[in-house]
Write a protein that binds this ligand. Structure first.
Ligand SMILES: Nc1nc2c(ncn2[C@@H]2O[C@H](COP(=O)(O)OP(=O)(O)OP(=O)(O)O)[C@@H](O)[C@H]2O)c(=O)[nH]1
Ligand SMILES: [Mg+2]
Length: 498
């Protein structure tokens, strides 16, 4: 019997982005050749893709950790780092992806449907890409971002073509064992079967699967017995077959009341998944009734009594003995016929080739809230500010200055002022906490400084009138030089965000 795994917890980690490179072009007779550090490559995503060749989540059971490869760092000479390889994990059709809180994040139906389980980190820009009119030769580059890391639960709903519904010890496992090559555990105590087993049945040219699932008892829809677990397995079986024990000696049980009790449980079950699975409502799933154990004379008599009543409901009825191999051929062909009919009426689910992404957040949005842990402190939250923090090399003043400019342009500084932040206040963004110094003067034109430094970091030094005069003269010279400049910088700070 093929081992059948229909629920696994996995841990996916995308590749980290490569760091950008900070480098200066060197060539004979060209002492200051300009920045030529390349960008880091993006980290590889981890993607789940529906593959019709895959039928179980068994592989994930053995290998629950998946990692995309890291992007390569950029290099001098404008060489960009290679992107990391993405990791493609094939999953069976009908896999449902849940996050660690149990929320459904993707319902993967149809061949080729994809889901990005973890997004690779962006590569950092090299100093060549960061150059602008204001920073002609940046002495820093951006760091690559770490890849996303997530814990997910994969659940398989398309268990089989035929699902067996029955009280414990009705003979479900016995039936699967005689219909297919499967060898499930069979014993005369209830709840012998604890996890579903799958049997592959051949009837002429038809092949279909039968799920042997744990027994069901009244109250299952509220979690009694193996209850919900069991119903979850039946949720995606195309045909339901009631296996009825005609030889039970338990008081108060007979075939009709058994069927009624289990039908009530099916009706009370709230499917975990009301998304777009193609099988429709459990109540409308085609049914067949299998009266088992007719090798026992009393059971055979009882079957005689109830057969007509059940047939009145419009369900096909079969009398079999799993042990004595009676009535199996008729049952097999009837099931094959029902499965074939059901498949024909079902429109093939359309593959949603579009990649389902985690909920998009407005990139430009950020919030400033008081920090409950620090008196007078603030926390800034937002996709972009947090990303920029991760990209910053904090041991490089110029990189920190660039970060300050970006935050300022986004309006973080204004928002802090509006919220009553005073200079020196503790501000936390992402993992980093710093003392806020309003960066005035700020703006597009950062005075030219040494590489890896930013004047605003040494604001204590006063600039004398003489120095200002020299600087003005230099700027004028530079302006002249620029008119011959063929590089055509647009004067804006570059932005790496789409
Ligand atoms: N006489 C007779 N006994 C049967 C027949 N089918 C199954 N049994 C017996 O019934 C008992 C229970 O059979 P299982 O196949 O384990 O029943 P099950 O429905 O899978 O039970 P759970 O897994 O506990 O839900 C075993 O002792 C079987 O030998 C049958 O056709 N005739
Ligand atoms: Mg069983």
């Amino acid at each position: 019997m093929s081992r059948f795994v229909d629920r696994v917890k996995i841990d996916v980690v995308a590749g980290n982005g490569g760091h950008g490179c900070s480098s200066v072009h060197r060539e004979k007779f060209k002492p200051l050749g300009g920045p030529d550090g390349g960008n880091g490559g993006h980290g590889g995503d981890v993607r789940l893709v529906v593959d019709p060749q895959v039928h179980t989540l068994l592989d994930f059971h053995f290998r629950p950790h998946a990692r995309g490869t890291n992007g390569r760092p950029g290099e001098g000479g404008n060489r960009n780092g290679a992107n990391g390889d993405e990791l493609v994990l094939p999953v069976p059709d009908g896999t449902v992806v849940l996050d660690s809180r149990g929320q459904i994040v993707a319902d993967m139906v149809g061949e080729g449907t994809e889901f990005i389980a973890a997004q690779g980190g962006r590569g950092g820009l090299g100093n060549a890409a960061l150059a602008s009119r204001a920073r002609r030769a940046p002495g820093f580059a951006l760091l690559g971002e770490p890849g996303e890391e997530r814990e997910l639960v994969l659940e398989l709903k398309s268990v089989a073509d035929v699902g067996l519904v029955g009280f414990p010890s009705a003979g479900k496992s016995s039936l699967v064992s005689v219909l297919s090559a499967a060898k499930p555990k069979i014993a005369d105590y209830p709840f012998t079967t604890l996890t579903p087993n799958l049997g592959v049945v051949t009837a002429g040219s038809d092949v279909f699967t039968v799920a042997d699932v744990p027994g069901l008892i009244p109250g299952a829809s509220e979690g009694r017995g193996l209850g919900l677990e069991f119903l979850r397995h039946l949720e995606r079986c195309a045909v339901l077959a009631h296996v009825v024990d005609c030889a039970t000696l338990e008081p108060g049980r007979d075939p009709i009341s058994d069927i009624d009790a289990l039908e009530a449980e099916l009706a009370a079950y709230k499917p975990a998944l009301d998304a777009d699975h193609s099988l429709g409502d459990l109540a409308h799933r085609p049914r067949i009734v299998v009266l088992n154990k007719v090798d026992i004379p009393e059971a055979d008599e009882l079957a005689d009594l109830v057969e007509a009543d059940i047939a009145e409901r419009g369900w096909p009825v079969f009398r079999i003995s799993a042990v004595a191999h009676k009535g199996l051929a008729e049952l097999t062909f009837a099931l094959a016929e029902m499965v074939r009919e059901y498949r024909a009426t079902q429109a093939k689910p359309v593959a949603r080739r579009t990649v389902i992404r985690p909920k998009a957040v407005d990139q430009n949005e950020f919030t400033v809230v008081p920090d409950p842990a620090v008196e007078g402190g603030f926390i800034v939250r937002g996709a972009r500010p947090e990303r920029w923090i991760r990209q910053t090399q904090f041991d490089n003043d110029e990189a920190v200055g660039y970060l300050a400019d970006r935050l300022n342009r986004l309006g973080v500084e204004d928002a802090l002022v509006k919220n009553g932040a005073v200079p020196g206040a503790s501000v936390t963004i992402g993992d980093v906490c710093f003392d806020w110094e309003p960066s005035t003067p700020t703006g597009e034109h950062v005075p030219l400084t040494g590489r890896g430094t930013d004047v605003r970091m040494e604001r204590n030094d006063r600039v004398g009138a003489a120095e200002r005069k020299v600087a003005r003269a230099m700027r004028r010279q530079r302006a002249d030089a620029e008119s011959e400049d063929s590089l055509g910088w647009d004067g804006d700070l570059p932005d790496d965000d789409e």
